[in-house]
Design a binder for this molecule. Sequence first.
Ligand code: PBE
Length: 268
Amino acid sequence: ESGSSVGEEMDYEIVGIEPGAGIMKATTSAIEEYDSLKGWELIESSSAAMAAELGKAIEDEEPVIVTGWTPHWMFAKYDLKYLEDPQGLYGEEENIETFARDGLKEDKPSAHTILDQFKWSPEDMNAVMVEIQEGAQPEEAAKNWVNEHTDMVEEWTNGADEVEGEEISLAYVAWDSEIASTNVVAQVLMSMGYDVELTQLDAASMFIAVSEGDADAMVAGWLPITHADLLDEYGDTMERLGPNLEGAKTGLVVPSYVEADSIEDLKP
Ligand code: PBE
């Protein structure tokens, strides 16, 4: 019943994702800033391995703590809760923003228009993520969503002309949320005649690719907190097109049966 047993049962380990993710940096700060996390360790992993470990712990009804975020299919599949973060290290609500390389507007105006108008909701993103988690290929889930939401797609493509096989490259990170969004945007660009190349990178490399013009755009900037350092460093050399999704969130996540409601309920 005491908090210390929860920590002990978790081996004082937080299951993380890829190094370089904003949530890994925030969690490193949390371990430094919260007395309750003194002596805890953040384990580097991958988004897929984190989700697998969470699922296994839930199957075994064991305590586990992961770096989590929403939109994410795991909140649809499992009964989970965010631990309160009284110091606000993970921020409040995040937006996911679209960025284009400088000059894209002049070079590929149709793609720029579509990227600028791309905007959907956490529920929309969730639907694509869940379909992928249930076994669909990302392209297939994205195509299905696009076919079922022609009204929204029409809004995004409004004012954009079709092209003939022009190339466009999108950078993204293999976070489930970004696999979903990037594939949806890719399908829409393809439907307008673009030849789309997707490049999977880590978070910093994604910002660098757009900033240096090696990629045309990305739809995966989490702000104001998660990627604040990357925006600071590379934001001046790219075009910020604004939020494509509002109401995202990051934090430490546990199954609801874990006897802690706040990061401060954990014990060193
Ligand atoms: N995430 C998903 C990313 C942003 C999108 C929360 C894992 C990160 O922490 O950088």
